[in-house]
Design a protein around this ligand. Structure first.
Ligand code: PEP
Ligand code: MN
Length: 359
């Protein structure tokens, strides 16, 4: 049972009816900020604080973290509040310094997980060390790479493992900073059912107002808990300012979210339905993108006086998709009706463009 395994990590209270949460600033910025945040989180009943010390930034020149300077700040948090503290490690020297300073848990960031060489070096550095390690999904939507990273750590003897879903960097993320592609963490759950799985709504949403709806969706999908960026003064944060919420915001959110109920048949049904909803969202998004391309073709046809309907092209699309669909287990009749409905809408969208300009 995942809940049992989650408790085995030693980072959460066994209390039922509460969502397991790890929270804290994107970056540790000062001892005062760390302590203030920790005290506020502790009064919400949160037992583990996260804080980034070495920040992997997309562009040079952004705040790259305070590095080892922050380790004693977090050690002080641990001493004064009794909370467990957790940092991101990207290199063996980060691991060594963090363990020496008594960090209770580590996480490995999305950029590092993308690189098998870096992952192997980290796994080697963690050989024989009994510390909980959370592995974020790689930046790219590649489940095998995610599982491979977990396996490298497991092969090195790391027993207390967890995964964190933080969304994927894809060409068009829509309203998200990193597209959730919920199907991928759900596949991970199927492949490794005992692995604790947390959701990081902050990096998926990239915006304060998305933290709650994404967290809700994650709980509906059966995630074990949340990994949330919290800052005492989010507007002044030196990194990821737009997505950090205050401890009070987090408290309010946790009051309205309900944790996953036990794994009764009913909750399995709810989980599967939430999974269907997530896939439907993706389907809709994909259809909308197809129509967008179709409209661009409409503009081309209008500018070059090409007729909208070209029978041989339609015949080709139909044959290819029906064949693929049948091979994927769907009936020919269903495939024909889906392809014909999509094609009809595409033609209408193109006609709209052509006729609009004639008026
Ligand atoms: C973070 O958690 O602050 C972080 C850098 O996340 P990610 O690796 O998911 O980008
Ligand atoms: Mn961050």
């Amino acid at each position: 049972m995942p809940m049992t395994r989650l408790c085995d990590l030693g980072l959460f209270d066994a209390e039922t009816g509460k969502i397991p949460v790890i929270a804290g600033p994107c970056s540790a910025e000062s001892e005062r900020q760390c302590m203030e945040t920790a005290k506020a989180l502790s009064s919400l009943g949160i037992r583990t604080m996260r804080a980034g010390l070495w920040k992997p930034r997309t562009k040079p020149g952004s705040f790259e973290g305070v590095g080892e300077t922050g380790l004693p700040w977090l050690a002080a948090v641990r001493r004064e509040t009794g909370m467990a503290v957790m940092v991101e490690t990207a290199t063996p020297s980060h691991v060594e310094a963090s363990l020496k300073a008594g960090m209770d848990a580590l996480w490995i960031g999305a950029r590092t997980v993308t690189n098998p060489f870096a992952m192997q070096e980290l796994a080697d550095a963690l050989k024989g060390v009994d510390v909980p390690v959370f592995v974020k999904n790689p930046v790219t939507p590649d489940l095998k790479l995610w599982i491979g990273s977990l396996e490298r750590l497991s092969n090195a003897g790391v027993k207390r493992l967890g995964a964190i879903h933080r969304g994927f960097s894809i060409y068009d993320c829509g309203m998200y900073r990193n597209h959730p592609q919920w199907v991928i963490p759900m596949e991970l759950r199927r492949e490794m059912p005992d692995l604790p799985l947390l959701c990081d709504p902050s990096h998926i949403g990239g915006r304060r107002d998305l933290v709650e709806p994404i967290s809700r969706q994650a709980m509906d999908l059966g995630f074990d808990g949340l990994f949330v960026e919290v800052h005492v003064r989010p507007d002044d944060a030196r990194s990821d300012s737009r997505q950090q919420i205050t401890p009070a915001d987090l408290g309010a959110m946790l009051n309205v979210l309900t944790p996953r109920t036990s794994s009764t048949e009913e909750s399995l049904l709810l989980q599967l339905r939430a999974e269907l909803d997530a896939i439907d969202d993706q389907l809709l998004d994909t259809l909308a993108r197809r129509m967008e391309v179709s409209r661009r073709i409409g503009e081309y046809k209008r500018d070059n006086n090409v007729s909208v309907l070209q029978a041989e092209r339609y015949g080709g699309i139909m044959a290819r998709l029906v064949d693929m669909g049948v091979r994927a287990g769907m009936s020919e009749r269903f495939m024909r009706s889906v392809v014909s409905a999509i094609h009809e809408e595409s033609v209408n969208q193109q006609l709209d463009i052509i006729n609009r300009d004639k008026q």
